[in-house]
Design a protein around this ligand. Structure first.
Ligand SMILES: [Zn+2]
Length: 292
C-alpha cells in the first residue's frame, strides 16, 4: 500500500516522460490485478466475446449476437443494440462465476474462474465506543439515506456510457485501496469499498465518463457531500466527502465535466475523494477501471 502511495505521488510530480512511464510500470507491478483477459466462448453457432478483469472487484465487457439471452446471478443482462453487455464480480465473489446463455430453448451454463484477492486488514483497539458505532439518534437518518442509495444502485439504465474509457476523477495520492477492512475494538467493520484519493480541499472532481447524475446531496451522515453517477447497465459511481457540488439530479453530464470539489464532509478524517463503483449490489474496484 505505502509503495502504491509513493509511486502514484511520484507519477504526479515527475515531468520527464520516460521516468513517468517507468513509474507507471512499477505501479502496475505493485497492483497486479490490472491485467485484463480475453475469453471466447463458442456454443454451437453462437460466439460470445468477453474482455476485462476476471477477478474479485473486476468488470467484464461482453459482446455477442443481440438477441441472445444471458443470465448472471438470476438477472437477465441488458444488452446494447449491437449485443454488448457487462458483468461485475463483487469484493467477495467466489472462485466460480456461473454465466447462462439461452440457446436452443435451453439455459447453457458456462463457468468462469474468478481470481481471488487478499485484502488488507487493520486491527485498531481501545477506541471510544461512539467512534465505532454511530449514536442511536442517527440510526433512522442513516437507514433512510441507505435506502435511497440502494434504489439508485438497482437502476438498470438504457445508456451505454459504461463502454467508454474511464479516467481518474481527480489528481492526488492514493491513500486507501479497495477491499481493505478495519477491525475496531474487535468488531470487523464493513470493508472499504472505495479508492481514497487524498488531495487538497477544493481540488476539482471530474466525471470519468459521460453519465447521468442520480444523487447530488450536500450532507449524508457517512459520506457528506455525495454525488452518484449512472453509467448505464447497472454501473454507478459514487463520489464522497465533497466540499461543494456542481451538478444536480437528472443532469446529463459530459466526460471531464466538473461535478464538485474535494472536501472532508461526513465521517472523514481529512480532505480526500472516496471513489466507488458498483455493478448493482456488487462492489467493484475503481482502480481496475483505469487503463493507462
Ligand atoms: Zn474512503
Amino acid at each position: 500500500m505505502s509503495k502504491i502511495r509513493i509511486i502514484s505521488y511520484l507519477i504526479g510530480e515527475v515531468n520527464n516522460k520516460c521516468i513517468k512511464l517507468i513509474l507507471i510500470f512499477l505501479l502496475l507491478k505493485t497492483y497486479p490485478c490490472f491485467a485484463t483477459n480475453n475469453l471466447i466462448i463458442n456454443i454451437n453457432d453462437t460466439k460470445i466475446l468477453l474482455e476485462g478483469n476476471f477477478v474479485q472487484g473486476g468488470l467484464v465487457k461482453g459482446k455477442t449476437n443481440k438477441n441472445l439471452k444471458i443470465k448472471f446471478k438470476e438477472k437477465i443482462l441488458r444488452k446494447t443494440s449491437n449485443g454488448s453487455f457487462v458483468i461485475g464480480f463483487g469484493r467477495d465473489h467466489p472462485e466460480q462465476a456461473n454465466l447462462y446463455f439461452f440457446i436452443n430453448q435451453n439455459w447453457v451454463l458456462k463457468k468462469l474462474n474468478i481470481k481471488q484477492r487478499k485484502y488488507k486488514t487493520q486491527v485498531i483497539n481501545g477506541l471510544e465506543k461512539k467512534m465505532v458505532t454511530p449514536p442511536k439518534s442517527f440510526w433512522e437518518r442513516i437507514k433512510k439515506e441507505n435506502k435511497v442509495i440502494k434504489e439508485i444502485r438497482s437502476l438498470d439504465s438504457n445508456v451505454n456510457f459504461i463502454f467508454q474509457k474511464f479516467d481518474w476523477p481527480t489528481k492526488g495520492i492514493i491513500s486507501g485501496v479497495f477491499g481493505s477492512q478495519r477491525i475496531l475494538n474487535g468488531k470487523p467493520k464493513r470493508p472499504h469499498y472505495g479508492v481514497d484519493i487524498a488531495a487538497p480541499e477544493g481540488t476539482d472532481i471530474l466525471a470519468p465518463t459521460e453519465a447521468i447524475v442520480r444523487m447530488a446531496e450536500n450532507d449524508l451522515y457517512y459520506t457528506g457531500g455525495t454525488v452518484m453517477l449512472d453509467h448505464g447497465h447497472g454501473v454507478t459511481s459514487v463520489y464522497s466527502h465533497l466540499s461543494s457540488l456542481n451538478v444536480k439530479v437528472g443532469d446529463k453530464i459530459n466526460k471531464d465535466q466538473k461535478i464538485g470539489e474535494v472536501g472532508s464532509t461526513g465521517r472523514s478524517t481529512g480532505p480526500h475523494l472516496d471513489w466507488r463503483i458498483n455493478w448493482f449490489s456488487e462492489r467493484l474496484d475503481p482502480a481496475l477501471f483505469i487503463k493507462e
